[in-house]
Design a protein around this ligand. Structure first.
Ligand code: SF4
Length: 377
């Protein structure tokens, strides 16, 4: 997914699916629901020759309504759900002497594809939690469909993402928890930018509107998913406080921020499983430089744009009233009304998934696996 930033010839691009959405809008036979990914709200401004973050997310929400969406939701809300589940899974693994450690994050589909194809021995290390995109689809076509009394087959669920790999993720066999394909269409920031240019959107005059309820209020931790190290920072904030019932002395983990390839931190927990593969308990892996901010579906720009996008993400996180996923009242509410608790039976059914070794594993040369192990150690 890195090529939007790095490919010097502009040879690699997404398969343009804007016509698929236009056709669905024209048909008008389904309720059109959309979710905006954390980094997409930051970079959309670049599609209109502006600096990252220059268009408010509230204006972006209004623009999507103008395109024809009935409900505009926030994938940062489902990122908070990812953290609730992943933090709980990490705590369970830390306490279980037979559990596999370190646990790896699972929200990047390019990383998941790589493990399944090239390093299947790492599958037990992957968190079973779905990405925020896939949690979104599963929640929209169950909880939300039930709430608004609509048959899930009459909902068309779209996501706006920084990622070309997300176009493939929606078609995974496992992503039908609702009984239907959970997400119908994943569009990149570039594709939605093109559609908004076609309707000559006027960002000066467009009014600001809020996300719709009940999947529209996120914590700052949800916004951190946009940037490398952010999932880790968000998970630590929640896992520590759920376990210890104490407030962690610091909120911002500066050592996990920035563009270095490898960053690390240490958190003290009383109990831990000591059978880890390496000295780490939890590792976040994102395929793109800078994380999703440097994704293959982002506006085409120079690599120097990344620090500006990162700053816009941290500004967004700072502006939100709740900074930790478990303190987000909307998250508390959905557990109370629908999911019961993290890793409950229904949470496992809708918010978790499985992985499988892929046929390409036989092509991997042994020395490349050794090299990967060496780098990890
Ligand atoms: Fe997609 Fe983000 Fe992974 Fe890049 S880092 S492949 S944009 S999920």
């Amino acid at each position: 997914g890195q090529c939007s930033v790095f490919c010097p010839t502009d040879a690699i691009s997404e398969f343009d699916q804007t016509s698929v959405l236009k056709q669905q809008i024209k048909l008008g036979d389904k309720r059109l629901v959309v979710g905006i990914a954390p980094s997409a709200r930051v970079s959309i401004a670049e599609e209109f020759e502006m600096e990252p973050g220059a268009i408010s997310v509230e204006k972006f929400v209004s623009a999507l309504r103008m395109l024809g969406f009935d409900d505009v939701f926030d994938l940062q809300f489902t990122a908070d759900l990812t953290i609730m589940e992943e933090g709980t899974e990490l705590l369970k693994r830390l306490k279980d002497p037979n559990a596999v450690l370190p646990m790896f994050t699972s929200c990047c589909p390019a990383w998941i594809n790589m493990v399944e194809k090239l390093y299947p021995f790492l599958i037990p290390h992957l968190s079973s939690v779905k990405s925020p995109q896939q949690i979104f689809g599963a929640i929209v076509k169950t909880f939300y469909a039930h709430k608004i009394k609509i048959d899930p087959q009459n909902i068309y669920c779209v996501t706006i993402t920084p990622c070309t790999a997300k176009k493939q993720e929606i078609h995974r066999e496992e992503m039908k928890s609702s009984g239907f394909q959970d997400v119908d269409l994943a569009l990149t920031v570039r594709e939605i930018g093109k559609m908004l240019r076609e309707i000559s959107i006027n960002w000066e005059s467009i009014k600001e509107t809020s996300f719709d309820d009940p999947l529209g209020k996120s914590s700052g931790s949800g916004s951190l998913f946009a940037s490398t190290g952010g999932v880790m920072e968000a998970a630590i904030r929640t896992a520590y406080e759920i376990e210890t019932k104490k407030t962690f002395p610091k909120l911002v983990f500066q050592e996990l921020r920035g563009l270095e390839n490898i960053k690390q931190t240490t958190i003290e927990f009383e109990e831990r499983n000591t059978k880890g593969l390496i000295t780490f308990d939890f590792a976040e892996v994102m395929a793109c430089p800078g994380g999703c901010l440097g994704g293959g579906g982002q506006p085409r720009s120079h690599i120097n744009i990344l620090p500006k996008r990162i700053q816009a993400v941290y500004d967004n996180e700072f502006s939100l009233p709740y900074r930790k996923s478990h303190t987000n009242k909307s998250i508390m509410k959905i557990y109370e009304k629908f999911l019961n608790e993290p890793m409950s039976e229904i949470s496992r059914k809708l918010l978790h998934t499985k992985y499988r070794p892929n046929a390409h594993q036989s092509e991997v040369k042994q020395n490349s696996i050794n090299m990967f192990k060496f780098v990890m150690e």
